[in-house]
Design a protein around this ligand. Structure first.
Ligand code: HEC
Length: 84
C-alpha cells in the first residue's frame, strides 16, 4: 500500500500533519439490493493489516448514517466554514 504522502497543512490551526501508522478504515459500498442493505448501502471495517473485521448492514453505523444529509453520506463540511 502506498504511504508516500506529503504532509498537509491543516486549515484551522496551520499545523503540518504527517501520515503515521495505518489504523484501519471504515468503508461504505453502494449496492442494488435495497432489502439486504441500509437503503442501498453496506458498511465494513478493515483492520491495520487489511483484514475485513465486519461487513453488512451494521446497526451501529446505520444509527448515525441514517441521519446523514446526502442519502446516507455526510460528505465534507461546507468549504466556506473551513476557510473562514
Ligand atoms: C457516531 C456517529 C457515527 C457512527 C456510529 C458511524 N459514522 Fe461514519 N460518519 C459519521 C460522520 C459525522 C461522518 C462525516 C464526518 C467525517 O467524515 O468525519 C461520517 C463519515 C463516514 C464515511 C465517509 C463518507 C461520508 O458519509 O461522508 C464513511 C465511509 C463512514 N462514515 C463509514 C462508517 C462505518 C463503516 C461505520 C460503522 C462501522 C460508521 N461510519 C459509523 C458518523 C458516524
Amino acid at each position: 500500500m502506498g504511504r508516500r504522502f506529503a504532509g498537509v497543512t491543516e486549515a484551522k490551526t496551520g499545523r503540518c500533519l504527517q501520515p503515521g501508522e495505518f489504523k484501519g478504515l471504515f468503508v461504505m459500498m453502494r449496492v442494488d439490493d435495497l432489502r439486504e442493505s441500509d437503503r442501498g448501502w453496506l458498511y465494513a471495517t478493515v483492520d491495520p493489516r487489511g483484514e475485513v473485521t465486519a461487513s453488512g448492514p451494521i446497526a451501529s453505523c446505520i444509527r448515525c448514517h441514517e441521519r446523514a444529509p446526502h442519502g446516507r453520506l455526510f460528505g465534507l463540511v461546507d468549504a466556506g466554514v473551513m476557510w473562514r
